[in-house]
Design a protein around this ligand. Structure first.
Ligand code: NAD
Ligand code: MG
Length: 383
C-alpha cells in the first residue's frame, strides 16, 4: 500500500486522481488532501475519501473549515501545506497545484525524500535546476503527470541515454489554431476556454490557447530528461492522439499514442512502476482516420518563442516568464487584459526585470514576486 498525499485535490487533475485512487483501494492509503480556498469542496472530498488531515492555503478558508469539521484536522496557509507534506509520512505526493505556488510543496516533499508525481509543471519551469538537483541529492523521484512527459517517461524507459537524438512533444494548437495575430486581438474569454481536445483547469486552458503551455512543457522536458533545448521539438497535432515522440540515433522514432484522457498519465504516475487497467476506450485508429501534423506558428503565438528565449537565457528568466504569465492569464480571465496582451505583458516584464543567477530557492521567490509586481503594473496601464 502506498501512502498518498494529494495537493490541489479540488482541481481538474486532483479530482481525476481521486477517481484513480477510488478504483484501487488496495493500492493506496490517502493520508491528506489540500486546496487553495475551496474549503467546502475539500471537506466534502475528505469525508468521501475518509481523509483525516487537510490543508487550505487560504487562512480564512482554513478557519471556516476548522469550525465546520470536528472529526479531522485542518492546517492553514502555505506553512500548513508544508507541514502537511513534511508530517504525512507519505510514500508519494501528487502535486496538482496550479502555478508557482506549487514550488514550495515540491521542495518540501523532495527534501523529505518523498517521491513526487508532478502535475505542477511550474515547479520545474521556475526551479528546474535546483529541483532536479534536490531530487538527485535525496533520491526522491519525480514522476511526470503531464501527458506528453508521461509519454516520454514511458518511451525513454529502456533506451540507453546515448542513443536518444531528439524529443518531440505534440501540441493540439488550442482553439485558435490557424488564426493570424490580427484575428486574435478580439477573441473572448469564452472562446479561449473552449479547448478542442482536453478538459482542464482555467489557467492551463488559456496557456494552451496562447501556446505558452507548450513553452512551459519544453522547459519541463529539459529538466526531467536532461535534454538540451536544441534537441527538443514541438509539433502541432490537432487530434491529440500522439502525445510525444522519441527519435533515436539509428533513424527510428518511437511514438506514444492514446485518446486524450488525463486518467491514463495520472494512473501511470500514481501506480508507477506497476501498470493497472484504466477504463478508457481502446484506441481505434481506423475510426480516428487521419493524424495530421504542422509546425507551430510563432508569429501568431509569440508565447512559445518567449518561453524558448527565457529557457535559453536561463537563470531567473523562466521564473520571471512564468510569474508574468500567471498574472497576465489571471487578468485575461478577469476581463482586464486582451488575449494578445498576455504575450505583450510577458515580453515587457522580461525586458524590465531581466534575468539573474539563481543562488537559492529564495532568489526564485524574490524574482517571482518582482515579476508579479511588474506584470501587474503593466496590466494596470492597459486596463
Ligand atoms: P485547477 O485550477 O483545476 O486546480 C488547481 C488546484 O490547485 C486546486 O485544487 C486549487 O485549490 C489549488 N490551488 C490553486 N492555487 C493554490 C495556491 N496558491 N496554493 C495552494 N493550492 C492552490 O488546475 P489543473 O488543471 O488541475 O492543473 C493543475 C496542474 O496540473 C497545473 O500545473 C497544470 O499545468 C497541470 N496539468 C493539468 C492538466 C489537466 O488536464 N488539468 C494536464 C497537464 C498538466
Ligand atoms: Mg501537457
Amino acid at each position: 500500500m502506498k501512502r498518498l498525499l494529494i495537493l490541489g485535490a479540488t482541481g481538474s487533475v486532483g479530482r481525476q486522481a481521486l477517481d484513480v485512487v477510488a478504483r484501487a483501494p488496495e493500492a493506496f492509503e490517502l493520508v491528506g488532501l489540500s486546496a487553495d480556498s475551496g474549503w467546502d469542496a475539500l471537506l466534502w472530498l475528505a469525508r468521501q475519501h475518509r481523509v483525516k488531515r487537510i490543508a487550505l492555503a487560504d487562512p480564512d478558508a482554513a478557519a471556516r473549515a476548522s469550525e465546520a469539521w470536528t472529526d479531522g484536522e485542518v492546517l492553514s496557509g502555505p506553512e500548513g501545506l508544508a507541514r502537511l507534506v513534511a508530517e504525512a509520512d507519505a510514500d508519494l505526493v501528487l502535486n496538482a497545484i496550479v502555478g508557482s505556488a506549487g514550488l514550495g510543496p515540491t521542495i518540501v516533499a523532495l527534501t523529505e525524500g518523498i517521491d513526487v508525481a508532478l502535475a505542477n509543471k511550474e515547479s520545474l519551469v521556475v526551479g528546474g535546476e535546483l529541483v532536479t538537483a534536490l531530487s538527485e541529492a535525496t533520491g526522491a523521484q519525480l514522476i511526470p503527470v503531464d501527458s506528453e512527459h508521461s509519454a516520454l517517461h514511458q518511451l525513454i524507459h529502456g533506451e540507453h541515454p546515448g542513443t536518444i537524438d531528439r524529443l518531440t512533444v505534440t501540441a493540439s494548437g488550442g482553439p485558435f489554431r490557424g488564426r493570424t495575430r490580427a484575428e486574435l486581438e478580439h477573441v473572448t474569454i469564452e472562446d479561449a476556454l473552449k479547448h478542442p481536445t482536453w478538459e482542464m483547469g482555467g489557467k492551463i486552458t488559456i496557456d494552451s490557447a496562447t501556446l505558452m503551455n507548450k513553452g512551459l512543457e519544453v522547459i519541463e522536458a529539459h529538466h526531467l530528461f536532461g535534454t538540451p533545448y536544441d534537441r527538443l521539438d514541438v509539433v502541432v497535432h490537432p487530434q491529440s492522439i500522439v502525445h510525444a515522440l522519441v527519435s533515436l540515433c539509428d533513424g527510428a522514432t518511437l511514438a506514444h499514442l492514446g485518446y486524450p484522457d488525463m486518467q491514463v498519465p495520472i494512473a501511470y504516475a500514481l501506480h508507477h512502476p506497476d501498470r493497472v487497467e484504466v477504463p478508457v476506450p481502446a484506441l481505434d485508429l481506423a475510426q480516428v482516420g487521419a493524424l495530421t501534423f504542422e509546425a507551430p506558428d510563432e508569429e501568431a503565438f509569440p508565447c512559445l518563442r518567449l518561453a524558448r528565449e527565457a529557457a535559453v537565457a536561463g537563470g531567473t528568466a523562466p521564473c520571471v516568464l512564468n510569474a508574468a504569465n500567471e498574472v497576465a492569464v489571471h487578468a485575461f480571465l478577469a476581463g482586464r487584459l486582451a488575449f494578445t496582451g498576455i504575450a505583450e505583458v510577458i515580453e515587457t516584464t522580461l525586458e524590465r526585470v531581466g534575468a539573474g543567477r539563481v543562488h537559492s530557492f529564495d532568489t526564485l521567490f524574490d524574482a517571482d514576486a518582482h515579476a508579479r509586481e511588474t506584470a501587474a503594473d503593466l496590466v494596470e496601464v492597459r486596463a
